[in-house]
Design a protein around this ligand. Structure first.
Ligand code: AMP
Ligand code: MG
Length: 390
């Protein structure tokens, strides 16, 4: 059985062998969550003209001179240089308005004394409160690297450059299906001994924004049915839940083999999620078999499927961003596997959430984070523990 770290190594090396996704142009407005297919270079200086950073007065700084005659007002959007104050003059200027060529300094309105003339405070620094043209970015500078995922701030930054379209990687197609002869689709009648498919809508929700998710339905626990399903699907990534452990009807690993997938690993030393299965097809498709217990499905999706998709679409593997936070109540892990507990992060630190086990999705759903506990370890209150914000 692989450790989590060894499993990550295997995924990291798998990602380097997977087909690189093609590129496409999309509207910047629609680009949130997409991955840049090439480096982005600034098309223009930013800011594109000298701007006032404050509501105040603009003038030409001179040693020992503090009083200036007010000659006019410049608002944001006004044409530059419609007022050109002389050495003893100033203009009222608004945040974002173009600073006249003859001025080099702005004093905040709150710091000036407004009387017959405008008096600037002692200690005013030459050049203060002006956002100089190109002070953020100069034309041609690389501002974002290929492989970067577009966040709302990046989307806004692209807009500052007047970019209406952006070259991004195509979305990865991920087909998500549930296995299990007991599993019934949400909304369908539920017979005795049957359960509702909660895994597929949950996985689809977790992957939305990262990939194009295709609903693969429910596949019964037969070797033939599962093999036929896997052979028919041409999605880049197939995600199945259930059917990967040691039960008599857990046919996913064998069906994967029959459909041409080569196993990379089966079972990772973690709790929950141990039976996770990963394999690759000679045609460059990948299959992840997740354990069917809903909490295990969630944890394995967060810790394995999401980093895999991020790396495949972005080009570089990144471990999930674990942070260190103080534990609020003592905890121990008596088991021999790394344990991931649902947790609640507050301003004070982190607390584990009590659940009845890996089937208890309702209690698990109260968590806002996962906590990692090493095998055979205990931690007192105040100890720093690894937490993943979710
Ligand atoms: P398995 O991994 O197939 O042995 O399933 C483990 C447990 O998870 C069983 O109790 C299943 O009934 C349950 N389970 C499997 N698939 C799903 C699903 N799609 N939604 C909710 N529970 C599931
Ligand atoms: Mg099953």
């Amino acid at each position: 059985m692989l450790s989590v770290e060894k499993a990550y190594q295997a995924m990291k090396s798998l990602v380097t062998q997977l087909p690189v996704l093609g590129g496409e142009m999309v509207s910047t407005y629609e680009s949130l969550g997409r991955v840049l297919a090439q480096d982005i270079h600034a098309l223009a200086d930013h800011p594109s003209f000298d701007q006032s950073a404050m509501d105040g007065f603009a003038f030409q700084w001179q040693e020992g001179k503090f009083e200036f005659a007010l000659i006019g007002t410049i608002a944001a959007g006004d044409t530059p240089n419609q007022w050109l104050p002389q050495a003893d003059q100033c203009v009222r200027i608004m945040t974002g308005a173009p600073v006249p060529q003859s001025c080099d300094t702005v004093v905040m309105v709150e710091h000036a004394t407004v009387a017959e003339t405008i008096r600037m405070p002692v200690g005013t620094r030459r050049g203060q409160h002006i956002r100089k043209r190109g002070s953020n970015v100069t034309c041609g500078q690389t501002i974002f690297a290929a492989g970067t995922r577009i966040t709302p701030a990046i989307l806004g930054a692209l807009a500052t450059q007047g970019m209406t379209q952006v070259h991004v990687r195509q979305k990865l197609t991920v087909q998500v299906a549930a296995t299990g002869s007991e599993v019934v689709a949400l909304g369908d009648p539920l017979g005795p001994g049957q359960i509702i498919n909660s895994n597929s809508p949950m996985i689809a929700g977790m992957l939305r924004g990262l990939a194009s998710v295709v609903e693969g339905g429910i596949v019964a626990d037969t070797l033939e049915g599962l093999s036929a399903y896997l052979s028919a699907s041409k999605a880049s990534l197939n995600v199945l839940s259930g059917g990967v452990s040691a039960g008599d009807f857990d046919f996913v690993p064998e069906a994967a083999r029959l459909s041409g997938y080569r196993q990379i690993f089966h079972k990772v030393a973690m709790k929950p999620g141990k039976p996770i299965w990963l394999g690759v097809h000679p045609e460059g498709r990948v299959l992840v078999g997740l354990p069917g217990n809903p909490v295990s499905t969630w944890v394995a999706t967060r810790l394995f499927v999401i980093p895999l998709i991020e790396a495949w679409t972005g080009g570089a593997w990144c471990d999930p961003p674990w942070i260190q936070l103080p534990l609020l109540a003592p905890l121990s892990n008596r088991g021999d596997r790394v344990t991931f507990l649902p947790a609640h992060v507050s301003g004070q630190g982190v607390n584990a959430i009590h659940t009845q086990g890996s089937g208890d999705l309702i209690a698990f759903a109260q968590a806002n984070s996962l906590m990692r506990l090493e095998p055979a370890s205990s931690a007192d209150a105040g100890t720093m523990v690894s937490v993943l914000w979710c």
